[in-house]
Design a protein around this ligand. Structure first.
Ligand code: HEC
Length: 454
């Protein structure tokens, strides 16, 4: 039966090096650490662009420095009340010049809304786990979960279910311990740090003493949480154990060696912020909706400023001055700024908009009995949308570039001016809206001119 003298201790030892083990193999990739604060040193000046491309000239005039970029472009994407930046946790806080500079080389997705919205290339090296009383080597933590619920007491030779209330750790490699019984032991959570001498040091960030069971294929560890241990587990969560496979998809992003920061000095194509605006990085879709969600999308000169700003950041520096001029003359993107167009990119009628309408609206707006004569499944659906609304004949269903004049949009947004219900009607309880990413796509498509072709 249970021992009553179990002690569980969570010790935070960020600064003092207990249990420094340097024999861990297989650690690749970079070790994340806090970026340096911005410097206020003299801003760099560069030779101006003297070519004739009006888009480059516009960018150079309107957005000459990183500071202008932050104030006029980045801040705008945060919305007038910082809405997007603050509502959506997975967006970094970029609303001051200081936080913008701090995003250079900083890890992305630190506060995701949900684990599934984390991009593999934002994952960091996970903390490592070992049991002090056992000799097996440290194993990287993929993710962990505290399953809430009333405490259930399992016998030592009983195997708890895989969703038992308690602490679940999902590890990168199997734990080489007998699966059929409990193992009493002190879990040690280990993390790498850079010390004052610039050396990598392994420190123990937390301990948790309990009974452990090895479940499933050996990579799932279950730690018992008795009522008196709850505080210890809460403290463990508060420390923020770093998960190597935060999005739980089996890929340990940092180990692939392709970790990307928010802003990657010299490498705009591998900057998470740019990828969020584009919706993809180097051809790979990234999770989450495209930024900016609710505001005016970035124009070509905006994008050019962002790309040239990042390209011009010295990767070997650790301080950057936002007042420095953006080097449009030396920027590789100045040769073909049109290629940076993100407005409507990927959001085409055929690939994106029509499929959304067909699957969400076709049930009522399809076939011979289409509601209000609006058949969104017919081959002439696009032409039909360019015509006037029946309910509000002064408006077209879709008026290119003019959201508030597009009756279809007003019906989707539930605008106060509409006749009848917000769309789509839910036959069961009448309340349904399209998910934000679909609404965003339709919005972007209309704003970008509601084209029928690519
Ligand atoms: C469950 C049935 C149902 C679904 C699903 C549905 N609608 Fe409707 N729709 C109606 C009905 C009924 C009306 C007329 C009454 C009203 O407006 O409330 C209507 C009216 C409309 C109108 C007004 C037409 C005009 O010419 O003025 C538009 C636009 C519209 N719907 C768009 C959509 C879109 C876009 C979707 C999918 C996102 C959708 N609807 C999904 C039933 C539905």
């Amino acid at each position: 039966m249970m021992r009553s003298t179990l002690a569980s201790v969570v010790a935070v030892a960020l600064l003092s090096g207990c249990d420094s083990s340097k024999d861990y193999e297989g650690t690749t990739g970079t070790i994340p650490f806090e970026p340096q604060r911005p410097s206020s040193g003299a801003p760099a000046t560069v030779a101006p662009y003297t070519g004739s491309d009006p888009l480059v000239l516009e960018a150079q005039t309107r957005l000459p420095t990183g500071l202008d970029l932050q104030r006029k472009v980045v801040l705008r994407t945060c919305g007038p009340t910082n809405g997007v930046c603050h509502n959506q946790k997975e967006y970094p806080d970029l609303h001051t010049a200081g936080t913008f500079t701090a995003s250079i080389n900083a890890p992305c997705n630190l506060q995701p809304g949900t684990y599934a919205s984390v991009y593999d290339r934002c994952e960091r090296l996970g903390d490592r786990f070992k049991l002090k009383e056992q000799s097996f080597r440290e194993i990287e933590i993929g993710w962990y979960e505290v399953v809430l619920g009333a405490y259930v007491e399992y016998e030592d030779d009983e195997v708890p279910p895989s969703d038992a209330a308690g602490l679940h750790l999902y590890l990168r490699d199997p734990v080489p311990l007998d699966k059929g019984r409990a193992h009493w032991g002190t879990a040690n959570f280990l993390r790498n740090f850079i010390n004052a001498q610039d050396n990598v040091e392994t420190l123990s960030v937390a301990n948790y003493n309990t009974r452990w069971w090895v479940l499933g294929d050996g990579r799932h560890l279950f730690g018992e949480v008795r009522d008196y241990q709850r505080d210890s587990v809460e403290a463990l969560q508060a420390i923020g154990i770093i998960e190597g496979d935060q999005n739980r998809n089996g890929t340990f992003g940092a180990r692939e060696g392709k970790s990307t920061p928010l802003l990657n000095p010299g490498k705009p194509e591998e900057s998470y912020l740019v990828a969020r605006v584009r919706g993809h990085m180097q051809g790979e879709r990234i999770p989450g909706s495209r930024m900016p969600l609710a505001n005016q999308p970035l124009s070509v000169p905006d994008m050019l400023a962002l790309m040239c700003f990042i390209e011009g950041l010295d990767p070997n520096a650790n301080e950057w001055n936002l007042s420095s001029s953006i080097d449009y003359a030396g920027c590789s993107y100045s040769a073909n700024p049109q290629a940076l167009n993100v407005v409507g990119a990927g959001v085409t009628w055929r690939e994106r908009v029509w499929p959304i309408l067909q699957s969400n609206c076709g049930g009522c707006h399809g076939g011979s009995n289409a509601q209000m004569g609006l058949d969104l499944t017919a081959s002439d659906a696009y032409q039909r949308l360019r015509a006037a609304s029946v309910q509000s004949p002064n408006l077209k269903l879709v008026d290119p570039g003019r959201l508030e004049q597009s009756y279809l949009w007003l019906k989707l947004a539930g605008d106060g001016s509409i006749v009848g219900s917000r769309m789509p009607v839910d036959p069961l309880d009448g309340t349904r809206t399209l998910p934000p990413d679909q609404l965003e796509s339709i919005q972007t498509w209309i704003l970008a001119g509601a084209l029928e072709v690519e």
